[in-house]
Unconditional design. Structure first.
Length: 368
């Protein structure tokens, strides 16, 4: 009997040792395939992406004058992008999310525009409106009439793409920004409300696209990894406490103090460019990780709340980058500016750099 117990114990020890060895092996394993080292060269112009990290303009003081963005706009225009990607959900994704309200009701309310009025005016649902926009742009004249631009703006509204609708609206002479050609008086008024919204899509991306002669924006945000809050208040509170607790660290305090200092000087000469230069310098990448996602990854809750959060964040960024890569694959040789909240920037650049046919532009050079 003693020998039997000894054999059992020996087997358990051997299994445990094998498990530990396997874990160590898994942690030490590194693939020998590195896509970032296998770049083109493509036969033609390479795809180039400039990732511009930004503060969300909606969070700036109401007193901030968007005319102060002019020096930034000049720098970006000089880089001459041929496509601009924004941190917005596409109309097609919102259409998909609306089919699963049990999971995405809050996401839809927070991030999706309502295309129903434009859709009813044109008799198009969101997929049909997207197809119609693609059809129109495929045969778009070099010098479209004002009526054509108003109609395309209406189609983009029906497609759930208000940013692209704004590009068409801004490309119209001021006197031509009125109802007609699919734009009802209600929709024309909606366009004017969109024009003055305080966010980076409507104050940077769309005006820049119009200035450069582009016809649309590309909405590349992704919230398909969102999940509904737990119906149990205790679980919801525990999750919030865990993540907020992880964020209470010296790196978060450093980031917050720096942002407050930069934003306090926005109205000073060079203040806007100073903020964008600071948010896009290389040191920010590790600071963002240490203050936020790295801290959450290490938080000790038995439910793994921090790991849930980091999993969501990585999934969202991977899908956002995939949306950009899709555009680059469809239009090889694209020079893409992508404007995104500063916390996304390190992940954007890391994931984009893995792509064979993508090279990254240096924002420090562009903003110099």
């Amino acid at each position: 009997m003693a020998r039997f117990h000894h054999r059992i114990l020996s087997s358990v020890v051997a299994i445990a040792a094998a498990a530990v060895a396997g874990l160590a092996s898994a942690q030490d394993y590194r693939p020998d395939f590195h896509p970032d080292q296998l770049k083109g060269p493509p036969a033609g112009t390479p795809n180039t992406v400039l990732v511009l990290g930004t503060a969300h303009l909606s969070g700036l003081p109401e007193t901030f004058d968007f005319a102060l963005l002019a020096p930034l706009m000049d720098k970006l225009a000089a880089w001459a992008p041929t496509a601009i990607a924004t941190e917005d959900l596409s109309g097609l994704q919102c259409d998909s999310l609306r089919r699963y309200p049990q999971r995405y009701a809050d996401t839809i309310k927070s991030y999706c525009s309502d295309p129903s009025a434009a859709g009813a005016a044109l008799g198009l649902d969101v997929p049909a409106a997207n197809a119609e926009a693609e059809r129109l742009l495929a045969d778009w004249p070099a010098a479209p009439t004002a009526a054509q631009r108003r109609h395309l703006a209406a189609v983009f509204l029906a497609a759930g793409e208000p940013g692209s609708a704004l590009v068409q609206w801004l490309r119209l002479p001021t006197g031509e920004r009125h109802e007609g050609d699919g734009l009802s008086a209600e929709l024309a008024a909606q366009m004017e409300r969109i024009r003055v919204r305080r966010n980076e899509t409507d104050q940077i991306s769309a005006p820049l696209a119009a200035r450069l002669g582009l016809e649309r924006l590309w909405s590349v945000d992704d919230h398909s990894a969102d999940t509904a809050d737990s119906p149990d208040p205790a679980v919801k509170k525990a999750y919030a406490d865990a993540i907020m607790g992880a964020w209470k660290n010296p790196y978060s305090r450093e980031r917050r103090a720096e942002s407050e200092q930069l934003q306090a000087k926005l109205a000073e000469p060079g203040g806007v460019l100073a903020m964008y230069r600071a948010y896009n310098q290389p040191r920010q990448s590790l600071l963002i990780y240490q203050s936020d996602f790295g801290a959450a990854l290490m938080e000790p809750s038995p439910q793994g709340f921090g790991r849930n959060y980091v999993g969501y964040w990585e999934t969202r960024n991977l899908r956002m980058v995939a949306n950009m890569r899709d555009v680059l694959g469809r239009y090889p040789g694209t020079r893409m500016l992508t404007i995104v909240g500063a916390s996304h920037k390190p992940y954007y650049e890391a994931y984009l750099n893995m792509m064979h046919d993508v090279v990254l532009a240096d924002p420090e050079v562009v903003l110099r």
